[in-house]
Design a protein around this ligand. Structure first.
Ligand code: ZN
Length: 950
C-alpha cells in the first residue's frame, strides 16, 4: 500500500474575519453611518434582456441559441410592478445568476468590459411598508451593510415585507421564514460585528428582547417601549441615559451600536449568562468544570475530541492517515488551539482512550462494548495539552499508517464509542470530530444483529431501535454542549448507514461530510480539507439559542441541526457556534386583520467565544416592513430563502421517512405552481393578452430554474441503489446548509477556461465608496481595516450541453458537492499545463487544490496564477466538496456520471425529467389547470346558490 501523505497543502483557516472582529471589537468605536449608504444599484443595472413568449405557441424561442441576450444581474433592479403583466419573462438562463458580480455587464455588446467594483447592499429599512431593494443572491459578490436590520449575510427572510395577517400570507403561498447563518464569515470589506461590553445587556424586562433600533425611549430616557411585546419598561440603572431634546434620541446613541445595528455581540459578565451544565440542571449543584483541574482556569477553554475508527476500512483506504495528518497539521500551526484541550479516542470492536502519565502515553481500553454500564474513564486523564496531543497523534499514525499491522480489525462499535465519550466528557462540553467508515456492527446502537435477521420486518425493527439510540445520544450530547461531526469515508459498494447514525449529528448540532467510495488517491485531499475547515469553523461553544418574535407572529418550526428539548419553548441547543452552519425558522401569522402592526424577529445565541474565552450573546434583529398587500410580498420575495426553506422542509420529511424522494420532487413542483398561481390570481390583472402566458414576479424569475436544478441535484435526483445511502447523507447534511451552499448545489457554476477574460482571477478593483471600511475607520482616525478584494469570477456559462460541442472547451463545473473539470477534444497542451499540477506521487490535480504549486511546466505563469486563484476560491466556497473529477471528451461513462448532471437546463437521459423550457411549460399548464378548476367550482357554487334561491 502506498503510504498516504498529506502535506501542508491543506486548507488554511480563514482567520481574517475573527481577527478583524478582535481588532475592531470594542464598544465606543462606532459611529452610525449617516446617510452615506448607496443602497440602490446605479443606473443601468436594471434587468434588460427579458423575453416574452406565449407558452401556448409551439414555436419556442430557443434560449439556448440566444446567448447574446443575457440578463443583467437581478441585484438592485427596480421593482417589477410596471412590467409584471407583460407576459412570460424568463431569467435568460445563460449566466450563473448569482455567481457573477452584482452589476457586471454580460452579453455580446461589451464582451470584454472591465469588471466593476463590488456593490454595497443594505436592507435600507423603511417603515410604513415602503419597498426595499431586493437582496443579492447568496452566491453573489457584494458587501453587506448593517443598517439596523441584520445583514442578509446573517439572516435572509423569505419576504422582506411581512404580511400583516394570515390571509395575505395564504394568498401568496410563499413560506414565511428566515434562514439564519448566525456566525457566517463576512465578505472582505464588511464591517466586523460590533462588540458591546456590559454587565447585562439592555433588554425588555417583560419579554426578554434585546435592545434594537426600534426600542422607543421616552420619559426623559427613564423608560422605553419594547417593539416586541409593546410593554413600557423602566430603563435599568446600568443603561440610564438622558435624551437629546433636539433629536429625541439618547445622548449616548452614537456609541451604542445595539441601538442602530441589526447584529451585535454583547460581552456579558453577569453570572446569569454562564453555561448551565447538566448536573447543575439535575441537582442544583454548581457544575464540576472548575473542579476539573483546580490549578488551571478551565472556564472558556474549548474541548475537542477526535474519535477515530481504526478498522481495515479506514486504514487501508487511507482515511485514517488523512484525518491524523490533518489534525497534526492543525495542532502544529494554528495558535488558537493553545486555548483548547484535546482528547483522542480510537475504536474498532473496543474503545481506546489515550492519556499521558509519568511522561508516557497511556491507553485506557474498554474491551466490552456491549456491557453497559461501562467502566468510567476519568475526564482529567484523557484531555491533553496541544503538544502532548500532537505526540499521541503521531504515535497512532506510526502504529496504524506506517507499521500497518498485517491483520486489521473489521468490527466497529461506533455507538458504544460515542456513548463512552459522552459519559467521559459530559462535564466539559465541546466538539467531537468522528471519522467513520463502517456501519456499527457491535456494541450499542449497532444495526447488525448477532442473530441472523430472517425477515425484512425484523431488519426494520432493528434499524428503528438503532435510530432511537443515536437520536437519544445526540440529544444527550446537545444538552451537555457537545456537537458531533461525522466524516464518512464510505467504502465502495458498502454504503454507510446514515439513516440512523446521522440522527446523532442532527440532534447535537454537528455536520455530516460524506465521501462516497472513498479512496485516498481521489478524495484524500478533500477529506483533509473538510476536516480542517470544520476545525477552523468553530466560533464558540456552550451555545444555546432563542428566537423571539413581535406580537402576531409565532415560530412554527425550526429546521437545522440543533435540539429543542421542549418543543413549545423556543430555547434550543446548538452546542458549537459554527461559521458554516445555518438554521431555518418558519413563522405563522395570526388571523385577525392587522394582527401584525410592527414586525420584529430576534435570534439570540449565548456562547463562549473561542478566541477570547469570553461569554457573549450574539443578537440578530430583523425589522421587516409590514404590508397587507400580497403584491408587496411578491415584490420583496427572496428566492434564496424560499429555496432553502422548501428544500429543508422536504429533506426533513424524506429523512423522517414520511416522504419518498420522488414525492419530495413532486412536492417541489407543487410549491412553485402554488406560488406562481397565487401571484397570478391576486397580483395580475388578467387580460386577454396575458391569458395564455406564464407570468412570473420579477423577484422570483429564477425560482423555476433553481427548483429544477434542485430536483436534478444529488440531493433529490433519482438515485440508484448504491447511491441511495449517499443521497440520504446529503439530505442529512443539507439541513444545516447555508443558502449559498444550497444554491451552488441547485445551480452549478460553469466557467470556460479557454476563453478567460483578462480580469478574471484577479482581485476586483477597489470600491470608490468604501462605506463599510470607513465605518470603522471614522473612529480609528480614518484608517480602514485592511482587506483584499476577492478575485473576480469568469463569466458563468449556461448549464447546457451545448457547451460540450466546442472541441476547444476546457470547462470547470462546480457544485457545493462536486468539482468537475471537462476537457474537450482539442484543448491546447499549454492550457492544460496552466490548469493542472502533477503531485509528488504522480497524481494530476487541478491547481489550487494543492498548495505546493510547482512552477515547473507552467506555460503562462500569469494565467496559471489566475486559474489557481479561481480554483482556490471555488474550493473555499463549500466545506462539503466530496469529489474532484477530471473528465476527458470520449470517456462516455464518466461524462454521463459527472458532467451531464451539471447541465440542468437540458433534458439528458441520464438525469431524466425535463429541460428548462419543458419545465416552464409544465408549470404553466398546471397553473392554467388550477385557474380552470377554480372557475368551474366557482360557477358550480353559484349555480347551487341560485337553485337554493339565494
Ligand atoms: Zn418586550
Amino acid at each position: 500500500m502506498q503510504r498516504p501523505h498529506v502535506a501542508s497543502h491543506l486548507y488554511q483557516p480563514s482567520q481574517s474575519a475573527t481577527a478583524g472582529a478582535q481588532q475592531l471589537g470594542h464598544a465606543n468605536m462606532y459611529v452610525r453611518p449617516a446617510g452615506v449608504l448607496r443602497a440602490s444599484a446605479p443606473e443601468g443595472s436594471r434587468p434588460a434582456a427579458t423575453q416574452e413568449f406565449d407558452a401556448r405557441a409551439n414555436e419556442l424561442p430557443s434560449a439556448a441559441t440566444d446567448s447574446g441576450r443575457r440578463l443583467k444581474q437581478l441585484v438592485g433592479s427596480a421593482d417589477g410592478s410596471e412590467s409584471s403583466g407583460q407576459g412570460f419573462r424568463i431569467q435568460e438562463p445563460a449566466a450563473h445568476p448569482g455567481g457573477d458580480q452584482a452589476t457586471a455587464e454580460f452579453g455580446s455588446e461589451t464582451p470584454e468590459s472591465e469588471v466593476e467594483p463590488r456593490q454595497f447592499y443594505s436592507r435600507n429599512r423603511q417603515k410604513g411598508g415602503r419597498l426595499i431593494d431586493r437582496a443579492p443572491l447568496s452566491t453573489a459578490d457584494f458587501i453587506g451593510v448593517d443598517d439596523g436590520s441584520a445583514s442578509v449575510r446573517f439572516a435572509r427572510s423569505s419576504v422582506f415585507s411581512w404580511p400583516s395577517n394570515r390571509l395575505t400570507l395564504q394568498k401568496t403561498r410563499i413560506p414565511l421564514g428566515i434562514v439564519f447563518s448566525p456566525f457566517a464569515d463576512g465578505a472582505p470589506g464588511e464591517a466586523a460585528v460590533p462588540n458591546v461590553q456590559c454587565n447585562e445587556p439592555l433588554r425588555c424586562s417583560a419579554c426578554g428582547a434585546y435592545a434594537n433600533a426600534n426600542f422607543r425611549f421616552h420619559s426623559a430616557g427613564y423608560a422605553f417601549d419594547c417593539n416586541f411585546c409593546g410593554t413600557s419598561v423602566r430603563t435599568p440603572d446600568e443603561h440610564q441615559c438622558v435624551l437629546n431634546p433636539a433629536t429625541g434620541q439618547r445622548a449616548d446613541f452614537d456609541v451604542r451600536p445595539e441601538l442602530w445595528c441589526g447584529t451585535v455581540d454583547y460581552v456579558v459578565s453577569d453570572p446569569s449568562y454562564a453555561a448551565v451544565r447538566d448536573e447543575e440542571r439535575d441537582s442544583g449543584r454548581p457544575a464540576t468544570r472548575d473542579a476539573l483541574e483546580s490549578d488551571e482556569k478551565t472556564n472558556g477553554v474549548c474541548h475537542l475530541v477526535f474519535v477515530l475508527e481504526v478498522t481495515t476500512r479506514t486504514v487501508s483506504s487511507g482515511a485514517l492517515a488523512v484525518a491524523l495528518s490533518a489534525t497534526r497539521h492543525a495542532l502544529s500551526t494554528w495558535s488558537y488551539l493553545d486555548r483548547c484541550r484535546i482528547a483522542i479516542v480510537s475504536f474498532d470492536a473496543s474503545v481506546c482512550f489515550y492519556g499521558f502519565e509519568n511522561s508516557r502515553i497511556t491507553e485506557y481500553i474498554v474491551p466490552d462494548v456491549d456491557d453497559d454500564p461501562f467502566p468510567a474513564v476519568q475526564t482529567q486523564q484523557c484531555f491533553l495539552s496541544r503538544d502532548i496531543a500532537y505526540d499521541v497523534i503521531s504515535s497512532i499514525f506510526d502504529r496504524w499508517c506506517v507499521d500497518t499491522p498485517s491483520v486489521l480489525p473489521i468490527k466497529s462499535c461506533l455507538g458504544s464509542a460515542l456513548a463512552l465519550v459522552q459519559r467521559t466528557v459530559k462535564s466539559v462540553g465541546g466538539k467531537i470530530f468522528c471519522l467513520v467508515s463502517s456501519t456499527p456492527s457491535c456494541g450499542l446502537g449497532s444495526s447488525v444483529s448477532s442473530i441472523p435477521v430472517t425477515s425484512q420486518s425484523s431488519a426494520d425493527a432493528l434499524s428503528v431501535e438503532s435510530s432511537a439510540f443515536f437520536e437519544r445520544l445526540g440529544e444527550t450530547l446537545a444538552l451537555q454542549y457537545m456537537a458531533v461531526d461525522f466524516f464518512v469515508a464510505a467504502e465502495h459498494g458498502r454504503p454507510f448507514d446514515c439513516a440512523s447514525t446521522a440522527l446523532c449529528v442532527e440532534r447535537s448540532g454537528g455536520k455530516v461530510f460524506y465521501f462516497p467510495s472513498f479512496q485516498f488517491q481521489e478524495s484524500g485531499d478533500l477529506l483533509g480539507r473538510a476536516w480542517l475547515r470544520s476545525l477552523s469553523a468553530i466560533r464558540g461553544f456552550d451555545a444555546v439559542l432563542r428566537v423571539r418574535t413581535s406580537r402576531g407572529i409565532k415560530v412554527s418550526h425550526v429546521y437545522g441541526h440543533c435540539y429543542f428539548p421542549v418543543s413549545s419553548e423556543l430555547e434550543g441547543y446548538m452546542p458549537v457556534a459554527d461559521a458554516d452552519m445555518a438554521l431555518d425558522v418558519t413563522f405563522s401569522v395570526a388571523d385577525r386583520k392587522d394582527a401584525v402592526k410592527e414586525a420584529a424577529i430576534q435570534l439570540a445565541v449565548l456562547y463562549t467565544d473561542i478566541q477570547t474565552g469570553q461569554r457573549r450573546v450574539r443578537v440578530h434583529t430583523i425589522l421587516p416592513s409590514v404590508t397587507a398587500l400580497p403584491n408587496d410580498l411578491f415584490k420583496t420575495a427572496d428566492v434564496d430563502a424560499i429555496l432553502s426553506i422548501s428544500a429543508k422542509q422536504l429533506a426533513a420529511a424524506v429523512v423522517r421517512k414520511s416522504l419518498s424522494v420522488a414525492q419530495a420532487r413532486r412536492s417541489l413542483i407543487d410549491r412553485v405552481v402554488d406560488i406562481l398561481h397565487g401571484y397570478r390570481k391576486h397580483c395580475v390583472q388578467d387580460s386577454k393578452s396575458s391569458a395564455g402566458q406564464l407570468i412570473l414576479p420579477d423577484s422570483l424569475k429564477v425560482l423555476p430554474l433553481f427548483v429544477l436544478g434542485l430536483m436534478k441535484s444529488s440531493a433529490f435526483r433519482e438515485a440508484t441503489n448504491v447511491d441511495a445511502a449517499g443521497q440520504l447523507a446529503i439530505l442529512h447534511a443539507l439541513a444545516s446548509f447555508q443558502p449559498a451552499f444550497l444554491l451552488e448545489m441547485a445551480h452549478p457554476r460553469i466557467f470556460l477556461l479557454d476563453e478567460l477574460p483578462d480580469w478574471a482571477g484577479l482581485p476586483y478593483p477597489p470600491n470608490p465608496y468604501p462605506v463599510v471600511g470607513s465605518l470603522a475607520a471614522q473612529n480609528a482616525g480614518g484608517v480602514s481595516a485592511p482587506f483584499e478584494e476577492p478575485v473576480a469570477w469568469p463569466r458563468s456559462q449556461k448549464c447546457s450541453s451545448q457547451l460540450l460541442t466546442d472541441e476547444n472547451a476546457l470547462l470547470v463545473m462546480f457544485t457545493a458537492l462536486d468539482f468537475t473539470v471537462y476537457i474537450g477534444g482539442n484543448v491546447s497542451a499549454e492550457l492544460l499545463q496552466d490548469c493542472f499540477v502533477t503531485t509528488q506521487d504522480g497524481r494530476v490535480l487541478p491547481r489550487g487544490m494543492y498548495d505546493g504549486m510547482s512552477e515547473s511546466g507552467v506555460h503562462d505563469a500569469a494565467r496559471a496564477q489566475r486559474i489557481t486563484s479561481i480554483f482556490e476560491r471555488l474550493f473555499a466556497l463549500s466545506p462539503y466538496i466530496r469529489r474532484c473529477v477530471v473528465v476527458q471528451k470520449g470517456e462516455r461513462a464518466k461524462v454521463a456520471q459527472f458532467v451531464h448532471p451539471n447541465l440542468i437546463e437540458d433534458r439528458i437521459t441520464s438525469t431524466g425529467t425535463w429541460s428548462y423550457m419543458e419545465f416552464l411549460q409544465c408549470i404553466h399548464r398546471r397553473i392554467l389547470q388550477k385557474i380552470e378548476e377554480e372557475r368551474v367550482s366557482f360557477e358550480f357554487n353559484s349555480h347551487d346558490m341560485l337553485n337554493y334561491g339565494f
